[in-house]
Every structure is written in structure tokens, then in C-alpha cells.
Ligand binder design. Structure first.
Ligand code: CA
Length: 221
């Protein structure tokens, strides 16, 4: 899933970006509040990791600005140890979760996955759509109880489709969830991954909406 990281501290930002990527996230990293506000409103992220002490606009300003614009992306705030009041204020302003620095990357990853699931209205870690079961934490999927041998990108496409089940997703929306800045994705990459997914799951209820995109049907849930 694609997440936005808003953190001005260079070593910390670099470390968080790398660590989250190692845990399967695509990460866009911006380093001031204005950029956070702009990108958070412009792109539909799975979640936003937001530092509170930022140049140009504070994390609180970013958070309240996003919520005021109707952006309901889950936000996890990062607070310094001595700023417990700001944690409460952040939750009041519509943050979904918080972590106190120093940040343990595995815990942050787990909390982000939980926030993304809640954001998508899914209560459990692994979830099923008909015969398909997806476990985002393990990055594994099964069809009819049988483990699927998926590449990381195939898993990402399937995950995005599953989170958007019942809705028509354009190729651009799928790509947007998968990629971060600076990564180039070949123009037909999504089609190729979907072709492979269909080979691996011939009964996958995935509809191609010609000229528009794809829709994973939810008839059997
Ligand atoms: Ca900071």
C-alpha cells in the first residue's frame, strides 16, 4: 500500500522510508507541512504518517487542514516523548493513532496496516472475498484454501483490487496505490500482473470494464 510520510528530520525520515519499504509499503516522503497538506489532499494514500514538529505548517495544521477538506485518509502521528498533550490534541483533531519516538519500524508497520484496514472498514487482519483470502501482514493469499505463488507486485495488485472490491478501479488508481515517486511502472504493468493473476486463479470474479478498469466482484462474500 502507498503511504505518505511527512517528516522533516533527515536521518529519521530516511530510516522510516527504508524500513517501511522493507515492510512492503510504497512510501512518498515530504519534509514540510505545506507539502504534506498538498500531497495528502491530492493523492489517495492508504495512510499518512505525520510528524508534529514540521517547518512551514505544523503537523496539527496539516491534520486539521486535511480533515477540513474532507480527506479521511487514516493519519498516524509521531510525537516526541515530552509532548503527551499534543497526542491527545492530535486524536481530537482526527488522527487515527499515534506513536511516541523513538519509532519501532515493525510496530509502525503493524499499526499502519491496522489503520489502513480500519480505513477500509475491515475488522480482521486476513480477509476473504469468496474463495480468495488475503493476509496483508504475511503478504500471502490463498484460493480455495490453497496457497498462491504470487510475486510481490502481483500480491500488491490483488490487494488493491480486494480492498476496492465491488468498485470499478481504473488502471491509474491501481498504479497510484502501488507506486511511489521515482519508481517507473511500465505502462502495461497492471494488465500483465492481472493476466498472471487470472492464470493463477481462473475463477477469480474479476471483471474487465473495457476502457475503464477492473472490478473485483463480491457476489460470494
Ligand atoms: Ca520534526
Amino acid at each position: 500500500m502507498r503511504v505518505l510520510l511527512v517528516e522533516d528530520d533527515q536521518p529519521l525520515g530516511r530510516g522510516l522510508k527504508k524500513g517501511l519499504e522493507q515492510n512492503g509499503f510504497a512510501v512518498d516522503w515530504v519534509q514540510d507541512g505545506q507539502a504534506g497538506l498538498r500531497e495528502g489532499a491530492q493523492t489517495q494514500y492508504g495512510a499518512i504518517v505525520l510528524d508534529l514538529g514540521l517547518p512551514q505548517a505544523t503537523g496539527m495544521t496539516v491534520l486539521s487542514g486535511l480533515r477540513a477538506q474532507g480527506v479521511d485518509t487514516p493519519v498516524l502521528i509521531l510525537t516526541a516523548h515530552d509532548h503527551l498533550d499534543s497526542r491527545v490534541q492530535g486524536l481530537d483533531l482526527g488522527a487515527d493513532d499515534y506513536m511516541v519516538k523513538p519509532i519501532d519500524i515493525r510496530e509502525l508497520s503493524a499499526r499502519l496496516r491496522a489503520a489502513i484496514r480500519r480505513g477500509q472498514g475491515l475488522a480482521h487482519s486476513a480477509f476473504s472475498i469468496g474463495q480468495l483470502t488475503i493476509d496483508p501482514a504475511k503478504r500471502e493469499a490463498t484460493w480455495d484454501g490453497q496457497g498462491l505463488d504470487l510475486t510481490p507486485r502481483e500480491f500488491d495488485v490483488l490487494h488493491v483490487l480486494a480492498l476496492g472490491k465491488g468498485r470499478v478501479l481504473t488502471r491509474g488508481q491501481i498504479e497510484q496505490q502501488m507506486t511511489s515517486w521515482g519508481q517507473t511502472i511500465e505502462s502495461n504493468a497492471v494488465e500483465v500482473h492481472i493476466h498472471h493473476l487470472r492464470k493463477k486463479m481462473p475463477d477469480l470474479p474479476l471483471k474487465t470494464i473495457r476502457g475503464v478498469g477492473y472490478q473485483l466482484l463480491d457476489n460470494h462474500a
